[in-house]
Design a protein around this ligand. Structure first.
Ligand code: ADP
Length: 605
């Protein structure tokens, strides 16, 4: 029986025609009353896993969520879809609290979102006693990795959730997270006292994300290029330091992009104002520190740029994963330099956090950044998935933007030997000048124009050679020392390769081939498919209709309809309510509430 019921529920309330991978299984576990742990990547559709069963079951489901703003969005969306839901947290006035309390007594809600403090913190007795009169169907803990010190986002208030077992005896607990490591999973289970939980771990590959990684040379020029590919679209730019965030946000504003800074140095009030502006489409771009930015989730983020490398692939996955949560194409561009990794080492060292584990994570991040191979494969395998596809058509390598060198070993040896010849006392730019045979003042003054390595790579550009240097550094053949003026040195492995050409089997180097200039946008397969037959003008028109409605109702636009839904409307151009109901993302309530406005806009077009 539940199979058809769940199907009906997701179609009627959400307008969805099918389940995403593991959603059905996760929902069945809820309906069966088994404890469970569900690990799905960002955008994998975790919310529906507890929302749909909550609608099907009698009683009220408690949803524990760490951020007040996310709670509000989810509740607004649910109510917009016709699902009775409410939230209970410190943002409510006392009369609002009384209203929710009365609603609970009457059994009015299927879902109640609560903060962990409310449920298990100090003074939670009154809340628990308020629940005593009603039937709690289950408890869902969103962002459950916050309970684990091994996660990257530990929150002390989550620790208390272990008390739930005693406070709500006999009620099943379900944990949802996007953090995949087995250690975090075990920790979640122990901390919550789960009994024999069913575990579901989804695939971490996000085929709709287009991954690119380029060495940093002229950052602003590189940013202009990516912004041109995404004019008018939503994006996040991550920087390592607050200073860079402020500087970039100001510069972008000067170039006419609506960009706002977001970091821990701003007041709460400023941060929430900037977040609101981003969510309500008054700003297109948020510039944030890599250490910050949970809560700036907007489902139609079309690009995430890292203007500096994060400190681990876990962080990269989480941050870049904020792109394309609606399943449509999005670009994740990493602009890195070995200086970033040096910065992290210094910062971690200063805080006494430069453990062996932290260093290993940094090295893995560096290897990804400078890697020559399919990036979807790299990420999948790093997170313990097998990647069976040949050629993802969704990364710089598979799109042929990286041109592997035909003779990587001689190329590497030329560069290494030049580093040796200049006495391991110069940086990449100087080494590049010598290799290109460019007799700059500095090169001549140092007598380097007479070196045997002078002019060994006459055809290469400076950027190209710098790219190789980054790759050789990531592979552990070169070392870049010093802070302000990094100097290139050889590592033992580098020396070995100079002595013995066979010492590094499988060496790969590649040169960057910028996205083709003749194509207005370089597209992944996913992108090409998702625009197939879509009337772009109509899509833009529908977005502005949506924006007007959102403004008048004071909610973020994606609470009205997702981009994916608008794109499908602009593809099939429905001409009746029935036809509109066939569009994915249009449920009965939405069709009744908004159908006429959107149908009129389509007709007029
Ligand atoms: P997560 O919490 O795992 O990051 P969300 O629950 O926010 O992901 O879901 C991501 C997006 O996918 C949302 O826009 C949601 O509406 C959409 N979605 C979820 N499940 C389905 C489904 N079965 N069919 C279509 N869209 C879905």
């Amino acid at each position: 029986m539940p199979a058809t019921t769940l199907q009906n529920v997701i179609s009627r309330y959400w307008g969805y025609t099918s389940f995403r991978p593991l959603q059905r299984e996760a929902m069945d576990a809820v309906l069966a009353g088994r404890d469970s742990i569900v690990v799905l990547p960002t955008g994998g559709g975790k919310s529906l896993c507890f929302q749909a069963p909550a609608v099907v079951q009698d009683g009220v489901a408690l949803i524990v969520s760490p951020l007040i703003s996310l709670m509000k969005d989810q509740v607004d969306t649910l109510v917009g879809n016709g699902v009775p839901a409410a939230l209970y947290n410190s943002s409510l006035s006392s009369s609002e609290k009384a209203g929710v309390s009365a609603g609970l007594k009457e059994g009015r809600y299927r879902l109640l979102y609560v903060s962990p403090e409310r449920l298990v913190g100090e003074g939670s007795e009154s809340f628990i006693s308020m629940l005593s009169g009603c039937r709690v169907s289950f408890v869902a803990i969103d962002e459950a990795h916050c309970i684990s010190q091994w996660g990257h986002d530990f929150r002390p208030e989550y620790r208390q959730l272990g008390r739930l077992r005693d406070l709500l005896p006999g009620v099943a607990l379900h944990a949802y997270t996007a953090t995949a490591t087995a250690r975090v999973r075990r920790d979640i289970s122990t901390q919550l006292g789960l009994s024999d939980p069913v575990e579901f771990v989804g695939s971490f590959d996000r085929p709709n994300l287009l991954y690119r990684s380029i060495p940093r040379n002229t950052l602003k020029k590189q940013l202009v290029e990516v912004l041109e590919r995404h004019r008018g679209e939503a994006g996040i730019i991550y920087c390592i330091s607050r200073r860079e965030v402020d500087a970039l946000a100001a510069w972008l504003t000067g170039t006419g992009v609506t960009a706002l800074p977001y970091h821990a140095g701003l007041s709460d009030e400023e941060r929430s104002r900037h977040q609101d502006a981003f969510l309500s489409e008054r700003a297109d771009v948020i510039v944030a520190t890599v250490a910050f930015g949970m809560g700036i989730d907007r489902s139609d983020v079309r690009f995430v740029v890292h203007a500096g490398a994060p400190r681990s692939l876990e962080h990269y996955q989480q941050e870049s994963g904020r792109a394309g949560r609606d399943g449509l194409e999005a670009e994740c561009l990493l602009i890195y330099s070995s200086a970033d990794f040096m910065k992290w080492r210094i910062m971690l060292e200063r805080n006494g956090e430069l453990t062996e584990a932290a260093q290993a994570l940094l090295r893995q991040m560096e290897r990804y950044a400078a890697g020559v191979g399919c990036r979807h494969r790299h990420l999948s395998e790093y997170f313990g998935d097998r990647y069976v596809k040949e050629g993802c058509a969704g990364c710089d390598y598979c799109l042929n933007e990286l041109e592997p060198s035909k003779d990587p070993v001689p190329l590497a040896r030329k560069i290494l030997s030049c580093v040796a010849r200049v006495g391991q006392r110069f940086g990449a730019t100087h080494v590049a000048s010598v290799l290109r045979g460019h007799a700059s003042d500095q090169v001549v003054a140092r007598g380097h124009a007479g070196l045997s390595t002078f002019g060994l790579l006459p055809e290469a550009s400076v950027a190209e050679i710098r790219g190789y240097v980054e790759q050789l550094t990531a592979l552990g053949l070169l070392l870049q020392t010093g802070d302000a003026y990094p100097v290139l040195q050889l590592t033992n492995r580098g020396l070995d390769l100079l002595k013995d050409a066979a010492s590094f089997p499988g060496l790969r180097l590649a040169r960057q081939r910028p996205p083709r200039k003749d194509a207005p946008r370089t597209r992944s397969r996913v992108e090409a498919e998702s625009w197939l037959d879509v009337d772009r003008d109509l899509f833009d028109r529908l977005r502005s209709v949506r924006l007007d409605i959102a403004r008048s109702r004071g909610v973020p636009p994606y609470v009205i309809f997702h981009d994916a839904t608008l794109r499908e409307m602009a593809r099939v151009r429905p001409d009746s309510i029935d036809a509109l109901l066939q569009v994915r993302g249009v449920g009965a309530r939405k069709a009744e509430d908004l159908g006429d406005v959107f149908l009129a806009a389509i007709r007029e077009h």
